[in-house]
Design a protein around this ligand. Structure first.
Ligand code: KG4
Ligand code: ZN
Length: 339
């Protein structure tokens, strides 16, 4: 266990956002995010309708140095003030993970500081607690473009998986349905926008696996149901009604399964993280159903829901304060599990 204040610089480059953050913290105190810089590649990938790995990794290497300098300037610290360097080591695109991980290792090596390899999912999971003094035992739902995970969190680093998706992740379903509806990539925020003007009862899409006793998810049947509806209804269909009905189905599945998991685990706090947790309708549904059932619902501020490096720096800070570090010859892990 390290006592005293620590300053961590972390890099996130697991997919299509290059991000650098600097976080300062000490045991028992809320962490301070001194800088959080994100260079989004959304525009770059938009014309391809999804992430192109080769373009992503090239762009990470092009903008990383500038982002590190920007973060240091924003935080008003120098390289010498950094106590440990961290990077996402997985899961993610191999060629993208390599860029951030190699850069952080290089800086750690040059400055003779520890390096911490961080699981991207642990970053998301801890993100709702960055500005709190502790991570309490809770039930966590991570909903992103690549993952839909329910975990029982006993404390930092002690996670038990309760359920996950058997096919598409929730964000992936949003993105694929967005594409079917002719909306720009990524589909999640676009569907949320158009759904505001739609009738969420217009189409009765399936709530797959909601009634099943296990805590796994499935979104591919819902996606196919949207496709068949679009084929059946033709060009006259209301995009807003389809979007709203699709979103309603996703929300009911996520809220229903998560609150069931909370009941089963006996946790009173439920934390939401990941890009899909930005969705205002989803947050509102969780707040209504959760508070009616007596749960505290904790969400991250919007900037820490989609991919960012502050969540990676915070996860690294907790591990550094606990006396942990990672070997410099450790590999990246594109399929790294969390629990
Ligand atoms: O956490 P994230 O940035 O990256 C991954 O680790 O996957 O999540 C990105 C996902 C995308 O699928 C995107 O469509 C979805 O989050 N997303 C949303 C919203 N904003 C982003 N989904 C629904 N509603 C939103 N407002
Ligand atoms: Zn993510």
């Amino acid at each position: 266990m390290t006592s005293g204040v620590a300053v961590i610089l972390a890099i996130e480059s697991s997919c299509d956002e290059t991000a650098v953050a600097i976080v300062r913290g000490e045991p028992g105190c809320a962490a301070t995010v001194l800088a959080s810089e994100v260079a989004s590649q959304i525009e770059l990938h938009r014309e391809h309708g999804g992430v192109v790995p080769e373009l992503a990794s090239r762009n990470h290497s092009l903008c990383l140095r500038g982002l590190v300098e920007k973060a240091l300037a924003a935080a008003s610290v120098s390289m010498r003030d950094i106590d440990a360097f961290a990077a996402t080591s997985g899961p993610g695109l191999a060629s993208s993970l390599l860029i951030g991980s190699t850069a952080a290792k290089g800086m750690a090596c040059a400055l003779d500081r520890p390096f911490l390899a961080i699981n991207h999912l642990e970053g998301h999971l801890l993100s709702p607690f960055i500005d709190r003094t502790e991570v309490p035992p809770h039930l966590a739902l991570i909903v992103s473009g690549g993952h839909t995970l329910l975990l029982d969190v006993k404390g930092p680093g002690i996670y038990q998986k309760l359920g996950g998706t058997r096919d598409d992740a929730a964000g992936e379903a949003y993105d694929k349905v967005g594409k079917m509806l002719g909306l720009p990539y990524p589909g999640g925020p676009e569907i949320e926008k158009v759904a505001r003007n739609g009738d969420c009862r217009a189409f009765d899409f399936p709530r797959s696996m909601l009634a099943d006793p296990h805590l796994d998810f499935s979104f591919s049947g819902l996606k196919t149901a949207v496709l068949y509806t679009l084929q059946r209804e033709g060009t006259g269909v209301s995009v807003a009604d389809v979007a709203a009905s699709f979103q309603q189905s996703v929300i009911e599945i996520l809220v229903g399964k998560t609150l069931r998991a909370a009941r089963t685990s006996g946790r009173r706090t439920v934390a939401l993280s990941g890009g899909v947790s930005l969705n205002k309708a989803l947050r509102a549904a969780f707040l209504t159903a959760g508070s009616e059932a007596g749960y505290e619902i904790v969400t991250a501020p919007p900037a820490w829901c989609t991919d960012n490096a502050a969540m990676i720096a915070f996860a690294a800070l907790l591990r550094h304060l606990a006396g942990e570090s990672s070997p410099l010859d450790g590999d990246i892990h594109p399929n790294l599990p969390l629990a």
